[in-house]
Unconditional design. Sequence first.
Length: 166
Amino acid sequence: LQKKIDLLKQAFPENSLHTSAVKANPLVKVLEKIKDLNMGLEVASEGEIFLAQKTGFNPDVIVFDSPVKTESELKLALKNDYHINADSFMELERIDKILKNNRSKSNIGLRLNPQVGIGKIESTSVAGVYSKFGIPINNYKDEIIQSFKKYDWLQGLHIHIGSQGC
């Protein structure tokens, strides 16, 4: 684990936030090792948030990524100042509604489908013309730009092409 993390960190600038998905490592002892190696966590549910908190990860290294965030999960993530990647325009509207009555230091980004192709396993590919995750960049370029103009709290973009390679 340490060798893989060292290779990952060598490949990117020092200020990059590297995270490990809790769904791939839902064991407290493994999460503790990941924390000791100065990694962050990617969480996708309240249960995974609980594991991140139980393990003692700082809020600034927790990224909440899920295509099906509930309003209560969004409130929890915003309250704890986690990074959030919104998966749709509707989710941006939900976040905006919550932020009207709540303060948050969360960094909020928008997840895009870069539409660069599919990997070897089509059912798990997330960067084809259609994907179950993110907003298709080629279909909604103007709407994406307008979202950044509309929401002053929207600060970043998240692109995931999958782990299969294209």
